[in-house]
Structures are given as C-alpha cells and as structure tokens.
Design a protein around this ligand. Structure first.
Ligand SMILES: [Zn+2]
Length: 200
C-alpha cells in the first residue's frame, strides 16, 4: 500500500465504515491477508448500507456472492456466518443487503456496471477484460478509492426469505463413525453415506 501512503491529506481524511481510510485498509489486510480490491469496493458498499439503514438499527446481512463480499460484512458489521446474522447466497452477484432484523426492511447496494463505465479500470477488473499484469493492484485500488459510491447503486427493499435462523433440529449418533450429526441426514452421517470430502 506504499502508493497510498503519500500524504494526500484529502484522501486520508476520508472516513469509511466509521474509521479513517488507512485504518479501513489495515483492517482489510489484517482479516483477509491482503488488500483485495473486492473487499475495498465491498467496504464502500457496507459503508453506504450502514448509513442508509442507520447505525442504531440492529441489522442482518445477505450477500449475493461467496467471493470477497462476505468478508467486508464480517469486518465492518457485527454480522458473521458463524453468528447467523450473515447469509451468503452463491449467485456471484456483487451485491449485499443490510436490513433491520425485526422489520425486515433495509437497503440493497450493488456494483453498478453502467456507472463503472466512467471508471474503466474498475470495469475492466470486474469484467476480467484487463489482465492482472496490465492492471497493478495499487492502480486499481486508487481508482476504487476515488470512485467510492460512484460505481454503486442502492434501493430500499423488504426481505422476504433467507432471514430465518437455521435451526439445528434433532441430533443423532452415526452408526458408522460414532460422531454426532443432524438426524435429518438419515440413518448415517453424510460422510459415512459416501459424500465425504476426505480419506484416511
Ligand atoms: Zn458417520
């Protein structure tokens, strides 16, 4: 992130998700391992959704891709996959919804490809029309930070599914491996029924 450490004071006064830009970028690196462009873009999406929903509202989140975006939610909101307040849909759409967990109303924020036409590096990166070697990370990040909400759109929504906590149901002991598993899987656990992902 050397290039971004230049004393461009205007950029560094920028607050994202309640923290200065440099802290925002450090938090991404700490959690994700490196400053991935998708997390930075996702951070600006969370920032906007948080503003719209209101910080004093207890919110749950739904993201529409397994890539990057779940981490932006987990870093910048209290919602995680583990606590069940974040649901991840494997749709590969760069969009998220933050919503009032009681009223089920909130805002969907998405990456708007049409608006991204004004930011060709972001568009090229997202559409994979510019190769990684032709687009250094620092250059891309600079454009994402310059664009911020300019490449995003939002709409008020009411959440109509995927908001319920997944209940665990009955637990059984597997006759194959002796481990506890959800009884709903049948008379043996998924692994013992041949769906396992490992061999001893
Ligand atoms: Zn088993």
């Amino acid at each position: 992130m050397q290039e971004l450490k230049e004393p461009d004071s205007k950029i560094f006064q920028l607050m994202v998700c309640g923290r200065p830009l440099d802290v925002f970028l450090n938090d991404i690196e700490h959690f994700h391992g490196f400053v991935a462009p998708g997390l930075v873009l996702g951070g600006f999406m969370v920032d906007w959704a948080r503003d719209l929903v209101g910080l004093n509202v207890e919110s749950d989140a739904i993201v529409e891709t397994c890539h990057c975006l779940p981490d932006s939610i987990q870093i910048f909101t209290p919602c995680t996959i583990g606590n069940g307040w974040l649901k991840v849909l494997d749709w590969d759409k760069f969009a998220l919804t933050l919503y009032d967990k009681r009223k089920l109303t909130g805002y969907r924020v998405w990456f708007d490809l049409e608006k991204a036409a004004l930011f060709p590096k972001i568009q090229g990166w997202y559409m994979r029309s510019i190769s990684k070697k032709d687009l250094p990370l620092e250059v891309l990040l600079e454009e994402i930070i310059r664009a911020r909400r300019s490449v995003l759109s939002c709409r008020a929504v009411r959440v109509i599914s995927h908001y319920r906590k997944k209940s665990k149901g009955d637990i059984a002991v597997c006759s194959g491996c002796g481990e506890a598993y959800p009884a709903s899987q049948g008379n043996q656990c998924s692994a013992c029924r041949g769906e396992g992902y490992y061999r001893f």
